[in-house]
Design a binder for this molecule. Structure first.
Ligand code: AMP
Length: 281
């Protein structure tokens, strides 16, 4: 990988990079297409990173399908599919760790306190290996986008971060590799994540500015319409992810609901006029 990248750099070619954990769906493919469009070379990695899963989380069961992923990468004209093994990425015990100290007490970090430390470690390594000019992430994982922005700034990576729209199924469910864990009933109920967020957006668009009123409404909907356990409903500034009482800037409203086998997340970025913002750069 390193030799190949060095050659590309010597030739002055630009590299677009899409880090993933595989089991591709249209969300991944949309990032790949953009990376392909906007760069000379598109590199996609598949690495289910043990460091970002806590003990008891779904590292072992995380869905994997190498053959299908390789076929899809080929069909989407990806130049390189980088699939390092755990042994290659972490050949010996690490001698240092990275710790996310901002944006790590909200949203997913609350129930997964070491998750983003693992994410930034693997990305720091992948960024050094691949030396991308542009990296592509989905706004489905908006907290990840905000944390990666911190990583790029703090460690001076000469990389442009691009956050692309959440790709949804017809009825609005955000595509996720973990959707395969849902049974039919839960799949119906899961539609309420997006519906509840849309209700929040409507409220903001019609002039509601009190964050508590909005989060309460979303919680009520989720409690009434799903059998899942609400992990969080939060309304925060974006990208700083600070608490909001009165809405007067770009905000994120985000939800996480635990179903029997899958914990699902979704969010909307909403500006002060109540409009949905789909991309972030
Ligand atoms: P993952 O394989 O789940 O780590 O995701 C790899 C990349 O795909 C991340 O940047 C995710 O945010 C992005 N992604 C996941 N689901 C979606 C989706 N439904 N729409 C757009 N991007 C997504």
């Amino acid at each position: 990988m390193k030799e190949y990248v060095t050659k590309l750099k010597q030739q002055g070619q630009t590299i677009g990079f899409v880090p993933t954990m595989g089991f591709f769906h249209e969300g991944h493919l949309s990032l790949m297409q953009k990376a392909k469009e906007e760069n000379d070379v598109a590199i996609v990695s598949i690495f289910v990173n043990p460091l970002q899963f806590a003990p008891g989380e779904d590292y072992d069961e995380y869905p994997r399908d190498e053959e299908r992923d390789q076929r899809l990468a080929k069909e989407n004209q990806i130049d390189v599919l980088f699939q390092p093994s755990v042994q290659e990425m972490y050949p010996k015990e690490m001698t240092l760790s990275l710790q996310v100290v901002k944006r790590n007490d909200v949203l997913c970090a609350r129930s997964r306190p070491t998750h983003f430390d693992g994410v930034v470690m693997v990305l720091a390594k992948l960024f050094n290996i691949i030396e991308p000019d542009q990296v592509y992430f989905g706004m489905k994982d908006a907290q990840q986008v905000a944390v990666v922005k911190g990583l790029i700034t703090d460690l001076n990576y000469p990389i442009k971060l691009i956050g692309l729209p959440t790709i949804r199924e017809e009825k609005g469910l955000a595509k996720s590799s973990r959707n395969v864990y849902l049974n039919d009933e839960e799949k119906e109920e899961a539609l309420w994540l997006y519906r509840s967020l849309k209700e929040a957006q409507k409220k903001i668009a019609s002039g509601e500015r009190d964050a508590t009123v909005i989060t309460k409404e979303v919680k009520n909907i989720l409690e009434q319409q799903t059998s899942g356990i609400i992990d969080y409903v939060e309304l925060l500034t974006f990208p700083a992810l600070k608490p909001v009482e009165t809405i007067h800037s770009l905000i994120i409203i985000a939800v996480a609901v635990k179903f029997r086998r899958a914990r699902l997340i979704d969010n909307l970025l909403i500006n002060e006029k109540g409009e949905i913002i789909h991309t972030y750069m």
